[in-house]
Design a protein around this ligand. Structure first.
Ligand code: BDR
Ligand code: CA
Length: 318
């Protein structure tokens, strides 16, 4: 059975790997790739999506750039994690094709309207574009099957003592998304910090010896640098965004629990916090399936197996 998907991302090393992972699986039919401002400025994240799709020989997938900044705040970028280009590390091709001459929201709306099946949205950056889509196209909500997002956390944080990066960048957008009444899967830091890729995993990926696995290994070499700081207590680097794709295709690797999740949009101290009612301490109705546990080895095996698809013959088949 195939699933129609739209990836809304801010590449970003782990976004790029999520894209590469998704496109290795024909069960996921990509209707569009749209880009959000986040890990880098909007011009760079858009260019990076085009460069990755060019590398994958997937210029058939329509791409559009999204909002230049969060709904009501100035943009914060994560160049300390992802570098000057947003995808520092490997040498990537220049884009072989152009984005659509419409916005991310217009492209998403068009593709959802035309889709013969309900669509799964996969946001792996700040939720600005998704919030704008939901707010401006209520008539399409019934055609959105689920939103599988990377963002938030129940018990940890990575950008402020209370907040994860994607939600912190645009908390007002996250608030709209979590209140929309559409099924949500939240791949937050509780699970993505278990999705650590170790040095030996990177060497295993490099040894696959195809152009895409080589690129992923080089992306990971760079991504590792930021995460080697002992303050994090990591052994490897947390592969946040690919958890969305792994959950869609291999949910048995994860432990999940339905919870109510609210977004803090007011407090200076805890802005962007995802308040997760894990222990049903309120009677608020659940609005998200929150991922808490992961079979790490199963996740790494899935990634490595998926990357082995990308032989030169496969890449030139179109
Ligand atoms: C998230 O922030 C970004 O830097 C990553 O791409 C990921 O989506 C993790 O907090
Ligand atoms: Ca991201």
């Amino acid at each position: 059975m195939t699933r129609h998907i739209i990836l809304d991302c801010d590449p970003g090393h782990d976004d790029a790997i999520a894209l590469i992972l998704a496109l290795a699986h024909p069960e996921l039919v990509p209707l569009a790739v749209t880009t959000s401002a986040g890990n880098q400025t909007p011009d760079k994240t858009l260019n990076n999506a085009l460069r990755i799709l060019t590398l994958l020989n997937r210029s058939d997938i329509p791409v559009a750039g999204g909002a230049a900044k969060p709904l009501s705040r100035e943009l914060i970028i994560a160049d300390n994690v992802h570098g000057e280009t947003g995808l520092d590390g490997p040498v990537l091709p220049n884009p072989s094709f152009s984005p659509q001459a419409i916005t991310a929201v217009e492209l998403m709306a068009q593709q959802i309207r035309q889709s013969t099946k309900p669509v799964t949205l996969i946001p792996t950056g700040p939720l600005t574009n998704i919030a704008l889509l939901l707010a401006s196209h209520g008539e399409l909500h019934h055609k959105i099957e689920r939103i599988v997002l990377m963002g938030g956390a129940a018990g940890v944080s990575n950008w402020t003592p209370a907040a994860e990066f994607n939600i912190y960048v645009d908390p007002e957008a996250a608030d709209i998304v979590f209140k929309a009444g559409i099924p949500i899967t939240m791949c937050g830091l509780d699970v993505t910090h278990q999705a650590q890729i170790m040095d030996e995993d990177i060497e295993r990926i490099r040894a696959i010896q195809n152009p895409i696995a080589k690129c992923v290994a080089e992306l990971l070499d760079f991504f590792m640098i930021y995460h080697r700081d002992p303050k994090w207590g990591f052994i490897g680097a947390p592969l946040h965004d690919p958890c969305t794709i792994a959950w869609l295709l291999k949910p048995e690797l994860f432990e999940a629990q339905d919870c109510w999740v609210g977004i803090e949009t007011q407090s200076e101290l805890t802005l962007g916090m995802t308040v997760v009612d894990r222990y049903q301490l309120t009677d608020k109705p659940t609005n998200a399936t929150v991922l808490f546990g992961l079979d790490r080895q199963g996740f790494v095996d899935f990634l490595a197996d998926s990357l082995s698809v990308y032989t030169a013959t496969y890449l030139n088949r179109r």
